[in-house]
Design a protein around this ligand. Structure first.
Ligand code: FES
Length: 158
């Protein structure tokens, strides 16, 4: 099972955020942003709660949550590993790296490991083509990689 983020404690934190913004214009964005930080996602259960409390239709909240890339509907892992599949990285073998990560972590691209530790995603060009192929782990950037580097990188976060 993935790490359970839908805890009573997290919903209490969300409540405090909602109370802070309730009745104020433009409350939705800050509440969603805080919810994303608290839960690591804005899953439907969370949107429903926000919809009821702020009296905003769920469809509107869903529209915002899916439009902006900073929000995700699935809980993310503690570490998000992003492998750039932009052209420069792709031609330098990014596919081998993402395949190796998927195998090592036993997870599909776009999914989170069962222990909730890693989410593996493919990204577009992150503007570091000179370092191709590139991957990121949260804020850390690794470049000029080969599939053989994957184990060493994972070991730092395990
Ligand atoms: S294509 Fe990967 S950083 Fe630009």
């Amino acid at each position: 099972m993935a790490r359970d983020v839908f805890t009573k404690e997290n919903f209490e934190k969300l409540d405090q955020v909602i109370q802070k913004y309730k009745g104020k214009p433009g409350a939705l964005m800050p509440v969603l942003t805080e919810a994303q930080k608290i839960f690591g996602c804005v899953a439907i259960e969370i949107q429903k709660k926000i919809s009821e409390e702020l009296n905003i239709p769920l469809a509107e909240i869903y529209g915002v949550a899916t439009f902006y890339s900073q929000f995700s509907l699935q809980p993310k892992g503690e570490y998000v590993i992003g492998v750039c599949l932009g052209t420069a990285c792709y031609v330098k073998g990014a596919q081998d790296i993402i395949d190796k990560l998927a195998k090592e972590l036993n997870v599909e691209v776009g999914k989170t490991t069962e222990d909730g530790k890693f989410t593996l995603v493919a990204t577009r060009c992150i503007g570091a083509c000179g370092l191709a192929p590139v991957l990121t782990v949260n804020e850390d950037v690794y470049g000029k990689l080969t599939a053989d580097d994957v184990d060493g990188i994972l070991a730092k976060y395990r």
